[in-house]
Design a protein around this ligand. Structure first.
Ligand SMILES: *Cc1c(COP(=O)(O)O)cnc(C)c1O
Length: 552
């Protein structure tokens, strides 16, 4: 299996090159040359498989065995999911007759990004070790210097995915004092020698700008071989397809056990996904295209609703041109993934579900490629020519977004998008109401605000769903990670006690633990470069010995 860029289509990369490159040089995202189809008899063969078994089956369809053998792949996957606290890795729980919740937060940082970043860290390490083994004695060893900016979730999941990995240093910039105390503690209490937290005096936007300048600095980039861990990395999407398969089997098993009269063949399963950068739900799209019989995929957004607006109108636009007055008072610094935030008039809105506060959804470009391909009028039979034509269409659309802030796709393309997806926007008020509703339900369930966006969208759609439709809502974070919003929703509930009911053992005492952090006294690229120069090359020689941290 080879990969190509959504904006190019000429060069074909191996899986290893795709994973190590991240973003394509032409600005596009890598996608597989074709979507593999499930093997004959998969349903009976795989039905009792564990998360690890399914990972091996699904991933090996996208990775040539010449690159990673099945045996090596199994070892990588086993190592990656050993760090999870639940035996099912991503367990499925029943909320009521029609609604199930797929919990993705049982990894080390209590958010769904762990599912992908635990594997990505091990893949990076595997590739680097192999490259270095092939080198002659005395030849310079290859290293990877991962640099990223975070406002919370991505940074901690990346640090836990890369801590203590050979040949890899990780530098995560966060705006000092502007991430939640729990998230800051999760990042800065990791003391492995290859992990470097930079607390930058400035905003998240400043951090993101510094990271962008570092990647754009070709000399610096080459010297340190900078690597990215944001959600455009193909390995992250691939790792996430697995829980769609696992939950599908778990759901069938639960229905067979509790409603023996129900036929399993006419079940219509709707997957509802709290969405920001479109990575999580895109994994479901791949699962569906591979042949997993799932119904509609539901995009649930908060009031940063570029995707919900797209499915309404067919226009992909940063600012809602149909709104009578754009609320400029709500505009704040863009969060993770909102790469072009500064130019926009409206800006990103700050909500109770901050991990979904985005202006544009980077992974949406991958879906656009498939829509362009299927919706095009081309008569060519040559797959390479077809591919090139779809890339040209996507490149045109993305250039329009960059220059005009918006693009409108043809009606046929919008219809194709509606065949597989629905989209709903959920307000903060509805988010709080939904947290209360499920807390008071039987069985009582406390959802984090991101998950509540999904649950709220699901409730709205359920009213018009046929009786055979079941909903699986993806739960993307543990409620204790977003304590403020949960407490705000449940403050008047006499039966609710945060410490007693929610706080995980792992969070107790976290705030008092020793910190590993380098203060950067001004948001300046040169200061950050100095930190990287000082620590990146030393990491392996210093391994095991604590490096004294200081301010610059
Ligand atoms: C990252 C994140 C999301 C959004 O996922 P995407 O793949 O970017 O759509 C939702 N909820 C939480 C808690 C997250 O950390």
């Amino acid at each position: 299996m080879k990969y190509f860029s959504t904006r190019g289509g000429h060069d074909l990369l191996s899986f290893e090159e795709t994973v190590l490159t991240g973003l394509a040089p032409d600005g596009g995202l890598y996608i597989p040359e074709s979507i593999p189809q499930l093997p004959e008899g998969w349903q009976s063969l795989w039905k009792n498989y564990t998360f690890v078994d399914l990972s091996v089956e699904v991933l090996s369809m996208y990775i040539s065995p010449k690159e990673i053998s099945r045996q090596e792949l199994r070892a990588l996957v086993e190592k990656s999911y050993k760090t999870f606290r639940h035996p099912d890795i991503t367990p499925l729980k029943k909320l009521n007759d029609k609604t199930f919740i797929l919990e993705l937060f049982h990894g080390p940082t209590f958010a769904f990004k762990d599912v992908a970043l635990q594997l990505l860290g091990n893949l990076f390490e595997f590739f680097l070790i192999r490259r270095n083994m092939r080198k002659a004695e005395g030849e310079k060893q290859e290293r990877l210097t991962v640099v990223g900016a975070t406002s919370g979730d991505t940074g901690s999941a990346a640090i836990y995915g890369l801590r203590n990995k050979s040949n890899i240093s990780i530098f995560i910039l966060h705006p000092k004092g502007r991430v939640s105390p729990i998230q800051e503690a999760q990042m800065t209490t990791v003391t492995d020698a290859n992990v470097h937290n930079l607390a930058v005096k400035g905003t998240f936007d400043d951090c993101q700008d510094i990271v962008k300048s570092l990647f754009a600095d070709q000399e610096f980039n080459r010297k340190h071989r900078l690597g990215a861990v944001n959600s455009i990395n193909w390995a992250r999407i691939l790792a996430q397809t697995v829980y769609y398969f696992l939950s599908y089997f778990h759901l069938r098993r639960q229905i067979a056990a509790t409603s023996p009269d129900q036929s399993l063949d006419d079940l219509d399963i709707q997957y509802v996904v709290p969405t920001g950068n479109f990575g999580d739900i895109l994994a479901g799209y791949y699962a569906k295209r591979m042949g997993l019989p799932i119904g509609k995929l539901v995009v649930a957004t908060n009031s940063n609703d570029i995707l919900a607006r797209f499915w309404k109108s067919g226009a992909y636009e940063k600012v809602d041109s149909t709104a009578s007055n754009v609320d400029a008072t709500q505009a704040t610094a863009p969060a993770e993934g909102a790469s072009d935030g500064k130019q926009a008039v409206g800006g990103v809105k700050e909500t109770l579900s901050p991990a979904m506060d985005i202006l544009v959804s980077s992974n949406f470009e991958r879906l656009l490629w498939y829509l362009a391909d299927e919706g095009s009028e081309t008569s060519t039979e040559d797959p390479r020519e077809r591919r090139r034509q779809a890339c040209e269409i996507v490149d045109g659309w993305m250039k329009k977004v960059k220059s005009d802030g918006r693009v409108e796709v043809p009606t046929k393309v919008l219809e194709l998008a509606r065949r597989d997806f629905l989209a709903e926007r959920v307000s903060d008020e509805e988010t709080l109401e939904t947290i209360r509703y499920y807390f008071k339900s039987e069985p009582s369930y406390v959802a984090d605000p991101h998950t509540a966006v999904g649950l709220s969208a699901a409730q709205r759609l359920a009213v018009n769903n046929p009786p055979s439709t079941l909903q699986v809502v993806l739960s993307t974070a543990h409620p204790a990670k977003f304590a403020e919003a949960v407490t705000q929703a449940l403050q008047n509930e006499p039966n609710f006690n945060f410490e007693r009911d929610l706080l995980p053992e792992e969070f107790r005492g976290l705030l008092d633990r020793k910190r590993n952090v380098i203060d950067v006294e001004a948001a300046e690229v040169d200061l950050v470069k100095r930190v990287i120069e000082q620590y990146a090359e030393n990491d392996d020689t210093e391994r095991g010995g604590a490096i004294p941290r200081r301010s610059v």
